[in-house]
Design a protein around this ligand. Structure first.
Ligand code: ACO
Length: 435
């Protein structure tokens, strides 16, 4: 019978330590007993970008990056995308199980009852400059919800927690649409609760003078699928922020705003907007080879390529490609698709990308679909933030209920000056200061 332990030898002292393995992993705190002498602090793990550090135990999302597998609560993403609505998947992520028809109806009604935003949030949006980025407006407005829902600070009460979870899921599309309309100078459109989650979002974005907005059902379904694909992705950069801020017991509105801020960066959710900029820069199919050579020479990155976890095809990118075909049947092909396909073909054949296991990620094709549907590139990351809010909140609820979780507070390896004493100004020599 094999033992579920590791034996570590400290070659400085010759001492041996037996460290337990739980689910195949060590607890890094068990390394602290390894000391050179009694004064020593003990060994820590140094892992600046969490390359090999699990920050929590979770039951929500499973990814096998080498095999290209993504599952929510055990269900393959392909099956959920094919068979579910976004709100059904949201229910699954938050409640661990798929809903029955009655449970789904109740859940959809509940979310719809929270789609309106307080009129003061509208006034708040009015204060932004006409050319503000919608993602920046979204981040700030979500944080501002905390000024309205004071009960949200009571994170210890599961009923209050869930009430504010539903508020966020209901209001996210409204804030996003209002931010978009503000940037165009259009009047805001109030939510229409006769419509589905995505149809209502499209209504708030695009309704003009018609008495009732009717979304194209293929486009509304495509958006629903895209929302399902973006709903959660275990411990990514923004979810880590959600958990980290949430661990200080901050309320869910400011925690979600912080997570959205992390998402906005070009290496994370902001990549979808950058992909479109890159395709614009490339301009035509003939320029693709030269662009790839430039990237290989160290000038920039192929945006929408590469992933920390997927070292095989991103399963979401495959579903997105299929969804793109449905959308283009309605909208006509986005001319950028030709450039993207050529880019993918050249990159997947090139030793630089093959060796580094760089494949298209979820952001590579999503922007092309969004643009064909009529979204401005500045809205792309907002479209990511709306569904990811569900994942952030499911992870946040899991964090709050986890008795092992404490305030997130990493250690550092200090490499700065040892102790030195104050020097009066007149005795200081000028030192070269580097950034
Ligand atoms: N284009 C060109 N080279 C790349 C790319 C890329 N998109 N991504 C990684 N590389 C190279 C790196 O330069 C590095 O090369 P080296 O070993 O010669 O130094 C190697 O591949 C490994 O890359 P890392 O940066 O170590 O990979 P990491 O896991 O830290 O980063 C990330 C992952 C941030 C996604 C990265 O691949 C990237 O910047 N991609 C482009 C931005 C993007 O599409 N982000 C969206 C990710 S999906 C999401 O967040 C929703």
């Amino acid at each position: 019978m094999s033992k579920e332990t590791l034996t570590v030898t400290d070659n400085r002292t010759g001492r041996q330590y037996e460290i337990p393995l739980t689910h195949g992993n060590i607890r890094t705190m068990d390394l602290r007993q390894i000391k050179e002498d009694a004064e020593d602090f003990g060994v820590m793990g140094y892992d600046p970008a969490f390359l090999n550090t699990a920050s929590c135990q979770s039951n929500i999302t499973f990814i096998d990056g080498d095999k290209g597998i993504l599952r929510y609560r055990g269900y393959p993403i392909e099956e959920l995308a094919e068979n579910c609505t976004f709100l059904e998947v949201a229910y699954l992520l938050l409640n661990k199980e798929l809903p029955t028809a009655a449970q789904l109806q109740e859940w959809v009604d509940l979310v719809k009852h929270h789609t309106m935003i307080h009129e003061s949030t509208k006034t708040f949006l009015e204060g932004f400059r006409y050319d503000s980025h919608p993602m920046s407006m979204l981040i700030s407005s979500v944080a501002a919800l905390s000024t309205i829902y004071h009960d949200a600070r009571n994170i210890a009460d599961p009923i209050v927690r869930r009430r504010n979870v539903v508020r966020l899921i209901g209001k996210m599309p409204t804030i996003a649409a209002y931010a978009y309309r503000h940037s165009l100078g259009y009047p805001y459109v109030y939510p229409d609760n006769d419509l589905s989650y995505t149809e209502n979002f499209m209504n708030m974005l695009w309704r003009m003078v018609e008495p009732k907005y009717v979304a194209n059902p293929i486009l509304a379904r495509a958006l629903d699928i895209l929302f399902i694909l973006h709903a959660d992705h275990e411990q990514n950069c923004s979810t880590n922020v959600m958990r980290s801020v949430g661990s200080s017991q901050a309320d869910p509105f400011v925690s979600t705003a912080a997570a959205a801020a992390a998402l906005s960066g070009p290496l994370h959710g902001g990549a979808n907007e950058e992909v479109l900029r890159m395709l614009d820069e490339i301009g035509t199919r003939d320029n693709v080879r030269a662009f790839v050579d430039k990237v290989k020479a160290g000038h920039g990155k192929l945006m929408g390529f590469g992933h920390r976890v997927y070292k095989n095809y991103d399963p979401r990118a495959r579903i997105i490609k299929w969804t793109a075909e449905q959308v283009f049947q309605v909208t006509g092909k986005n001319p950028k698709l030709e450039i993207a396909l050529e880019l993918e073909k050249i990159a997947l054949d090139d030793e630089y990308f093959v060796k580094r296991k760089l494949y298209p990620n979820v952001d590579f094709y999503s922007g092309i679909i969004y643009q064909a549907m009529g979204f401005d590139p500045a809205m792309f990351t907002v479209l990511f933030a709306i569904p990811r809010t569900v994942g952030w909140l499911a992870q946040w609820e899991e964090l709050i209920a986890d008795p092992e979780q404490k305030i997130a507070r990493p250690r550092q390896v200090y490499l700065g000056q040892g102790e030195r004493h104050f020097v009066p100004m007149e005795k200081r020599a000028a030192q070269r200061v580097s950034a």
